[in-house]
Design a protein. Structure first.
Length: 408
């Protein structure tokens, strides 16, 4: 089968598979056709005679095979191609195409295998279960399965990776996990964009780009960078950070040796951006560099810290924009620690009004969503005001501010 014939049959089968006839809910007989010049605009161009002949020959071959019926004009020009529904099986075989219902059945079997192999009650896999339930509804409505690219083995790998990412308990390198799952060091990288999109949509992640990192799947070891008024103990080694001028970075392996973390002052401060972290005078504070949305390692460090210092005040300093406040909310939700904002208020915006930037449409939508949610929580008594006034000011004055602008 040549390229022209394939294009025609693929188009006709697409029409069929999107129809009520395919769903067996159509009460009248339905035909599936396409004008030849719609598929091939060059067909009626007088200067394209060779192409005209090629199209005629190709479609007449399909007609001779009884795959289609052709409607002709008086001068012999082909007007329309109509699918022969009595030869559907032969059309699929000629294209090497899996019928949609058969494909849907295979996908459903994959989901059943997944539920059988994994514990259905495993809360860690909830985003995947939620995804599957939505896809079942899409199949029932004859809609395409999201993140499926017409390759069952490829899709099986995607689901396998989703299970591994959601159930991962320890930090692991991308290449290492890829080899473990697929015996191929680069396979995970190819699946990563779809996995991030799937988990971000159906899970609770702060940012799509950081999904893998939040699952503990990283390119290089995570370092928790800290400074200020605290003492920590790694194994038998005691370190007094208040006596160090600069900061201390602990890798994932070093953090496994962490036995104690005593905050000497009254406040723990997390900071979104690295430049601001270095410029921030710790004074009596214990300061931790967050680096945007925190990942599993940083979350576990903060929880370890909170367990031993729950009576301290916890603050977060980030960009005064939608992203900055989403990071704060993500931090609160994932750790369960009642973080409050620091220097992310109306007074700061007013002071640096000349350095603010206008909101984008997406900024405005996200800020309004945050404002509405915080308003609801305050009314229910499940949250405090904190930065609600700041959100209102930003929406009213059409402004946002990067953290680096604020002089510490």
């Amino acid at each position: 089968m040549n390229q022209l014939q394939g294009k025609v049959l693929q188009h006709l089968l697409d029409l069929y598979e999107k129809s009520k006839t395919f769903l067996e809910i159509n009460k009248v007989s339905q035909s599936f056709s396409v004008p030849v010049d719609r598929l091939f605009p060059r067909y009626k161009d007088d200067s394209e005679y060779d192409f005209f002949c090629r199209v005629n020959e190709s479609l007449e071959e399909l007609e001779n095979l009884s795959f289609v019926f052709l409607e002709r004009e008086r001068n012999g020009i082909l007007k329309k191609v109509v699918l022969n529904r009595d030869r559907l099986d032969e059309c699929y075989k000629a294209l090497g195409r899996t019928p949609r219902k058969e494909e849907q059945a295979h996908i459903t079997e994959l989901w059943e295998e997944l539920c059988h192999e994994s514990q259905r009650g495993d809360g860690r896999l909830q985003p995947l279960w939620d995804y599957i339930e939505v896809q079942k509804e899409r199949i029932a409505g004859n809609k395409n399965v999201e993140y499926y690219e017409q390759d069952l083995e490829d899709y099986r790998d995607l689901l396998k990776l989703a299970v591994a990412a959601l159930s991962n308990e320890q930090e692991i390198f991308i290449r290492t996990l890829s080899i473990q799952l697929f015996a191929n060091s680069k396979r995970l990288e190819k699946l990563a964009p779809r996995l991030k999109a799937l988990l971000f949509r159906y899970g609770e992640y702060g940012d799509k780009d950081s999904v893998l990192e939040e699952c503990g799947i990283v390119r290089t070891p995570t370092y928790v960078v800290m400074k200020g008024n605290a003492r920590i103990r790694l194994g038998s080694q005691r370190i007094d950070l208040s006596q160090i001028e600069g900061d201390l970075a602990l890798s994932t392996s070093s953090l496994k040796e962490l036995r104690q973390a005593e905050v000497l002052g009254e406040r723990v401060v997390t900071i979104e951006n690295l430049t601001t972290f270095h410029e921030f005078p710790s004074g009596s504070d214990f300061v931790v560099y967050l680096g945007g949305f925190h990942n599993k390692v940083k979350r576990e460090f903060l929880l370890f810290l909170y367990k031993q210092n729950s009576h301290k005040e916890y603050r977060h300093f980030g960009d005064i924009d939608a992203g900055g406040f989403y990071i704060l909310e993500h931090l609160k939700k994932k750790t369960g620690i009642s973080f409050m904002s620091l220097m992310m208020d109306r007074k700061v915006l007013e002071k640096y009004r000349g350095s603010t930037m206008p909101l984008t449409g997406n900024d405005r939508r996200r800020l309004q969503s945050l404002y509405d949610e915080l308003t609801r929580q305050v009314a229910e008594g499940t949250a405090v005001e904190d930065y609600r006034d700041t959100l209102a000011y930003m929406l009213e004055q059409n402004c946002k501010l990067e953290q680096e602008v604020v002089e510490i």
